[in-house]
Design a binder for this molecule. Structure first.
Ligand code: MLT
Length: 196
């Protein structure tokens, strides 16, 4: 998969996953803002939807091709495992940071694997699919949601929070009122959360 790796000799590595139509450059500035010392592995989604990059196929807006989602979930998980060996970063200290479509595949990885991430920052996510979750007691998750997000509606954020909590993850749900957009106050809230 096309990607960028920045080795800052840190214990922690951000895994950056862009939104629909983005690429591996999109979230670099945000990672830099949140913690410039962490290593960065930023990946480009391999699905093309009318020229827009995505991490998995969808049938319509908000309706996912579940078979493809599951396939891509395992593929991305394996990719991170391989890159940890190749680049020598600590696989147990990966912090996923996904926006929209990228948050959805990060959430799907959490739904499938117990130890994929040390922490996960899911910005404007949805419930990726419905299945039994692994025990996520060791994972802390920040969900950034919009009360008036037309793409990832608030009910989805609330359900996602509930499912993750039921799997024993530590979840912080942060609300904004700026639709599907990322905002400065959201980033500042993540920064504080990361320090905890
Ligand atoms: C998705 O397809 O993952 C969601 O609808 C969000 C997005 O548009 O990327």
């Amino acid at each position: 998969m096309k990607h960028i790796f920045k080795d800052h000799k840190s214990t922690y590595t951000f895994l950056l996953l862009h939104g629909t139509g983005g690429d591996e450059h999109d979230l670099l500035g945000i990672a830099q803002y949140l913690n410039p010392n962490f290593n960065v592995l930023s990946v480009r989604g391999e699905i093309q939807e009318h020229g827009m990059n995505r991490f998995f196929k969808r049938l319509a807006e908000g309706v996912f091709d579940e078979e493809d989602l599951v396939f891509r979930t395992h593929q991305l998980h394996d990719f991170v495992n391989m890159k940890a060996i190749e680049y020598g970063f600590d696989r147990t200290k990966v912090i996923a940071l996904g926006y929209s479509n990228g948050a959805n595949i990060a959430a799907s990885i959490l739904f499938h694997y117990q130890n994929a991430f040390d922490r996960a920052i899911l910005l404007h996510p949805m419930v990726p699919l419905r299945k039994e979750l692994p025990d996520l007691s060791d994972v802390s998750i920040f969900i950034g949601a919009g009360k008036n997000d037309p793409i990832c509606p608030p009910e989805q954020s609330i359900e996602l929070e509930r499912l993750l909590r039921e799997a024993h993850a530590k979840v912080h749900l942060h609300w904004e009122n700026n639709g599907h957009r990322l905002t400065q106050s959201e980033l500042d809230a993540i920064k504080v959360w990361l320090l905890k």
